[in-house]
Design a protein around this ligand. Structure first.
Ligand code: ADP
Ligand code: TRP
Length: 325
């Protein structure tokens, strides 16, 4: 019997989800449910490293789960849960801490960047990749779809799994990051990586007036109407490409390469395209929020499914390290 590919990824509930999250990770996760054994979860334990407002964390967790469901994640076809509802994540993380060298964590770019941004370096933030490794290998995942910024963390998970296997004997599958190069970094309004920490996002479930304001604020170069423009260095074009049909993208490219194009016209088209693209998901979301108890039920059932798989791995891992006597 051939092994069904196990695909797993998680997202932090640390704010409203944006186009970078959608195209960098959520969209591909939703597509994977058609062709793999999909595990998808909201990482509220990771969010504890930087969110210290309990009401906000609780609200964002529910919002992120609702967004995923509205965008097409099907809890019948996949395992969908909230990380903190499955205690085995934290339990396995503790086992992994002891076989993870300080040097491996000191080399992590995400940690260094967070320090550079002025975040107070608590121990959770430093140990973040160990919990992420636990998340992944607890479910013996083969592939982990993430944006480029998370590639190193998946490689660290692989190193930690390999170090466990080396110390205690073959236990964990070694995971691989899966990065779509075409989508690897979605630019924000200012051309930097779209990120909630740069305040340059377009949120997925934005209202129409705000969508207009945001798209109109996309930074373009100063070339005038009659100058030829460069689609490849234009972040407006990079966003346009995500929403337009291939034919329209080709046509737009030609318009860039001839005099006469006004950026404001591209922006107007983009507003329309984004609005239409998410229309069915907005409707689905409006339905979902009418029954919040139903969302909690979905997450509870998902956690039970995840726990059953996690416990099989943990029973073995506990034995391997000598916690069973
Ligand atoms: P943010 O940078 O807004 O804090 P997160 O770090 O919470 O976003 O990212 C959640 C997921 O979305 C990760 O898999 C990440 O790689 C992906 N992602 C976030 N922003 C982008 C982007 N601009 N382009 C591509 N992927 C992204
Ligand atoms: N660190 C990831 C991020 O910030 C979120 C995450 C936590 C994750 N655990 C994971 C992603 C396991 C993939 C697999 O985006």
């Amino acid at each position: 019997m051939s092994h069904t590919l196990r695909v797993l990824s998680g997202i932090q509930p640390s704010g409203r989800l944006h186009l970078g999250n959608y195209f960098g990770m959520m969209k591909s996760m939703i597509e994977w449910q058609e062709k793999s054994d999909l595990f998808c979860f909201i990482v509220n334990l990771h969010a504890l490293t930087s969110v210290f407002n309990p009401e906000l964390l609780a609200r964002n967790t529910l919002e992120a789960a609702t967004d995923f469901l509205a965008l097409g994640l099907d809890p019948e076809r996949s395992t969908f849960w909230v990380q903190g509802d499955v205690w085995q994540h934290a339990e396995l993380a503790w086992l992994l801490h002891n076989i993870t060298s300080m040097g491996l964590l000191e080399r992590c770019h995400a940690y260094k960047e967070k320090l550079a941004k002025g975040l107070v370096p608590n121990h959770g933030l430093f140990a973040y990749p160990v919990l992420m490794a636990a998340d992944i290998i607890l479910y013996q995942a083969d592939l982990v779809p993430v944006g480029r910024d998370q590639k190193q963390h998946v490689e660290v998970a692989r190193d930690i799994a390999s170090s466990f296997n080396h110390t205690y004997g073959e236990t964990f599958v070694l995971p691989e990051p899966l990065i779509d190069n075409y989508l690897a970094t979605i630019p924000g309004l200012d051309g930097q990586k779209m990120s909630k920490s740069y305040n340059n996002t377009i949120d997925i479930f934005i209202d129409q007036a705000e969508l207009k304001r945001r798209v109109m604020a996309i930074v373009t170069d100063t070339r005038g109407v009659n100058e030829i423009k460069d689609p490849d260095s234009c972040n407006l074009y990079a966003l346009y490409r995500l929403f337009a049909t291939p034919d329209r993208v080709v046509e737009m490219r030609e318009r860039y390469l001839k005099p006469g194009l006004k950026y404001v016209d591209v922006k107007k088209e983009l507003i329309e395209l984004i609005w239409i693209y998410f229309a069915p998901h907005r409707e689905k979301r409006a339905e979902l929020v009418k029954d919040v108890a139903g969302i909690y039920d979905i997450l509870k059932t998902g956690a039970a499914k995840a726990r059953a798989v996690a416990e099989i791995t943990m029973a073995e891992a506990r034995c391997k390290v000598g916690l069973r006597y």
